[in-house]
Design a protein around this ligand. Structure first.
Ligand code: MLT
Length: 404
């Protein structure tokens, strides 16, 4: 009889956003007359920018002509896109990352789940708590996290770094030494950001103890303050200890288009083995590349017109963030985030747990958010709202919450 990967059985329930989706669908089916406002999953609502659409149309035409038709994409991604990324996201910020250190993929979620495959199962991971569930769940699926304790909601082999109001939602260096450190800044879910100096402390630490930082910079486009780094490679020494994950979902509205990339610098080595070579081997074996049309769309994100149009989209979302943040504050809520990130992280009122507050908001205000506990034990007592809705919906949701 065949056997299954029993690590899957240790995973608690379903994926956070699937659980929320099911709850909302059940409520909606029972109350078809209610207009629900969804500020739960961080999914964009603005249409693709005209520069992106134009590039896609052109690429579609090329695919329809034998002379310009393209089959399989190159393993690492098309040179035109990797060059645009290296220039736009790194050279312009004084970060030394070359085009051939960039691996184009169909999104940062897959990369953030798959990257653990190139590391030994003996490695110990450290994660912020609360945390984007994908990092821990995918390590659990691989069998790296030990046993799950439903009482504490913790895995026995994972080092949790609490991020709460007390430490400004910035993790402290752990007592126990990890091998892999997952950091996401600007942060999902808390919306917090750390300064260049704070990030440098992590880079120095990783180089000192021989750890790798897996740095998720998916929300980089939302940074508004000068002292916040846009990439970990702004820090000295990051080339020898950090992998960076980037997404086109939030800065360019590609949640349904799918495009992302991972940077593995050639200086990043385990003794004399290059992690770049391992990830290239994995990428070439398991992946056939993001579609040509989508990679052309990605290139357009870095064009002058694309940049201008997308900066406006980001501004619009950040205006929603400001509206929700200020509105909730005025209504007496304790609110964090929303300055360098499209997430508002609020304290649940009174003694309500985050899932109780979720049900209360859904039933009484018909507003969907994300309970903090879904991101880890330290998320209990907090609640996340996204700024990715329309302005009208953000204002309407705010009004409904205020009235409660
Ligand atoms: C979130 O809502 O946390 C994210 O949008 C989910 C994701 O990016 O996969």
């Amino acid at each position: 009889m065949f056997k299954i990967n029993e690590n899957y059985l240790k995973l608690p329930g379903s994926y956070l956003f699937s659980t929320i989706g099911k709850k909302v669908a059940a409520y909606s089916a029972a109350h078809p007359d209610k207009a629900i406002i969804r500020l739960g999953i961080g999914d964009v609502t603005q249409p693709l920018a005209p520069a992106v659409i134009e590039a896609m149309h052109k690429a579609v035409d090329e695919m329809g002509d034998a002379a310009s038709f393209r089959g399989y994409a190159p393993d690492l991604g098309y040179e035109f896109l990797r060059t645009a990324i290296a220039r736009g996201d790194y050279a312009g910020r004084g970060a030394d990352i070359q085009a051939d250190e960039i691996f184009v993929s169909d999104g940062a979620k897959c990369d953030s789940g798959n990257i653990q495959e190139i590391f030994s199962l003996d490695n110990k991971i450290a994660v912020c708590d609360p945390v984007y569930p994908v990092y821990v769940d995918t390590n659990a699926m691989a069998g790296r996290t030990g046993e799950y304790d439903p009482k504490t909601e913790r895995w026995s082999r994972v080092i949790y770094m609490p991020c709460t109001a007390e430490n400004g939602f910035a993790p402290e260096l752990p007592d126990e030494t990890p091998d892999l450190i997952y950091l996401c800044f600007p942060n999902n879910p808390t919306g917090a950001a750390i300064t260049r100096e704070q990030l440098q402390v992590w880079v120095d630490y990783a180089n000192r103890v021989g750890a790798v930082i897996i740095y998720d910079a998916a929300y980089e486009a939302y940074i508004s303050e000068e002292r916040i780094p846009h990439t970990i490679y702004e820090c000295e020494g990051a080339r020898s200890c950090a992998i960076e994950l980037k997404s086109f979902s939030k800065n360019a509205g590609f949640t349904g288009v799918r495009l992302g990339y991972t940077v593995v610098p050639k200086d990043l080595k385990c003794r004399d083995v290059s992690l770049h070579a391992l990830w290239a081997r994995r990428h070439g074996t398991k992946y056939n590349g993001a579609p040509y049309i989508i990679q052309r769309a990605g290139e357009a994100v870095y064009s002058e017109a694309g940049r201008e149009q997308l900066a406006k989209q980001v501004q619009t979302y950040m205006y929603n963030a400001k509206t929700i943040r200020e509105g909730l504050k005025a209504a007496g809520y304790t609110v964090y985030g929303g300055i360098n990130a499209p997430y508002i992280w609020l304290k649940t009122p009174g003694k309500m747990t985050s899932w109780e507050f979720f049900d209360y908001l859904l039933e009484e205000a018909n507003v969907v958010g994300t309970p903090g506990a879904g991101f880890g034990p330290s998320g209990e007592g907090y609640f996340r709202l996204t700024a990715f809705g329309s302005y009208e919906n953000s204002v309407a949701a705010l009004e409904r919450i205020r009235k409660l």
